[in-house]
Design a protein around this ligand. Sequence first.
Ligand SMILES: [Zn+2]
Length: 394
Amino acid sequence: MAAETMEKCKVSCSKDGKGRRLWKKVKYQLVEYHSLPGYLRDNEYIVGHYRSEWPLKQTLLSIFTIHNETLNVWTHLIGFFIFLSLTIYTAMKVPKVVDLHSLQHIPDVLRRADLHKLHSELMTCLPDLHKLREELITTFPSMDLLPSIAGWHVMDLLYNCLPERFSTGNHTDVCVLRSVKEDVENIIAPLMVRPITRWPFFAFMGGAMFCLLASSTCHLLSCHSQRLSYIMLRLDYAGIAALISTSFYPPVYYSFMCDPFFCNLYLGFITILGIATVLFSLLPVFQNPEFRTIRASLFFGMGLSGVAPILHKLILFWNQPEALHTTGYEVLMGLLYGMGALVYATRIPERWMPGKFDIAGHSHQLFHILVVAGAYTHYRAGLVYLKWRDLNGC
Ligand SMILES: [Zn+2]
């Protein structure tokens, strides 16, 4: 019907402004599945509301109009902004809680401090310090073990109450007070020289943001031309491979950071597999329908190989609550991704009522939401890993 109107308009519309406006309106209206070129035909259960071979300007502007890809674009674009905000939030918040660099000046302050005043300040700020010290000494005869139980809470208290409260004065009771000073130094100093690196966590956040932005762009622009559709699909595959690969970095790095052999083995394996998948997906043959199964198996295999390091982690740290906590998140993430893959493959619900879910509610939109939820679950697991290693080191 659209084609018919277009033909009529081509013949009868005059060259005046009204005619041109009408021509534009007809030209950029949405079309049905059966009038799409072959490369844009993907899901016959989505019957109408397709954009087809629009100019780049109209394609870009269609981010603000309603068609069957609008929610596919926005679900992952909003997901991208959620992850961008979480990255900024975590980068600002986490180092402040365990602000190792800004604590570096504390031993110097303590060395110069008025010990008598320091003692009274500490007693006001940390009424339980004596109790804590007694407990630590009875529990851990070697002071080397202190950092392993110096929690973020204690770090926060010390950070808030120690600086700028010292001044010169009389030096009485030096011996007793010196031991308090040494206790504080022993708690803080070892933590300062061993900050836990954040790069595996931020590599995952970068991978997630790249995947979400690539997917969103792919859904917006693929309808422009066969050439752009080809490039965009490659970008989308690269994004998926990047998300899966970088998802391994926080669990593998923080679980095996004390065992460089397994840490490098798992990280090397998934990095090589990720790069191989991206390179393989660049081959034109990768897009052929007969490669659909190989494509799906490759991504599925990458995800499934995550079971090995997770089981390994559970065997090594079965008695640590953080290992169980993170595994809980990882199982939840697996369920969300698994549900997403199931919805994607079965094309539920639109197969039950073709044409009824064109704009909202079709399988690909549900799949997008489940991917964002799965990645968010992984972010939460990443925070548990960071806290675990910040408190315990190796
Ligand atoms: Zn998608």
